[in-house]
Ligand binder design. Sequence first.
Ligand SMILES: [Ca+2]
Length: 294
Amino acid sequence: MKSFLCFLSATFASSRFNLFASSSRAAGGKWVTRRGGLRSALANEMMKKFAARICFCSTRSRAHRSAPLLGRALSRSLFLGVLGVLAVNSSSFAATIWNGPTWTVSTAIPDNDDVGFTDTRNVSIPGMTEIVSVTVNLNFSGGWNGDLYVYLVHGSGFSVLLNRPGRSTGAPDGSATVGMDITFDDGAFSDIHTAIPMSGGSVNGIYQPDGRTTDPLVVLNTDARPAMLSNFIGIDPNGLWTLFVADQSAGETSTLQSWSMSITAVPEPGVAAFAILGSGLLLRRRSKSPTSGH
Ligand SMILES: [Ca+2]
């Protein structure tokens, strides 16, 4: 790079100002030509000195600074490496799993009523500001599971847990099972809407939430599923969470006995990054030798 700079300076000195002189000659008479030549000679001399000065400084800089530069480069690499390792590991050691209480409701859901029933709970997870994952448990007794429409709301997050499970063109009444004790988890193996038995007693186990946002009166098993629990990822877990439950078909009444949530969350990235940067700066300062400073 320094050699290239020397070459560039010398080239500039020997060509640009000669061109200036040449153009002056082409534009005017002898006086102008001589004056241009004088300008050119003077400028060439100045540029040569300038070029020599740059080369001298470059050589001097290279000789005097090569060792400290190597030390600083190693120090910088160590600093960035430490920051990288801390950043990669920070999300894992900072995560908190909050297993909330079981909220007892014991309320019958009005039969075939769009108004439905809502239950709002306050969640407080000190120090945690971003959701990584959410799971929800619902416990119903009685009724007709294929009548149920249930969703969860918090902040800008919205997830449909049940939307007439079992309902399809061939089964417009949905699942005839009675009651459930189900944990909804995006990572589960099966979709509650298609995997639930079509008849029998209470349903238990772990299922993916329904996720379908279609009108419960016409929802089908083939509909898209945009409202999964992953919609809560990145949102602050603290604050109010509202569960909405409605019975969407006449006949049979379900009772919501209880519900609960488990939330995995992490601190605010900015706070974690500040802590990491502070640690990195401290390590960097310690890694500096006494002679490498200015
Ligand atoms: Ca009903």
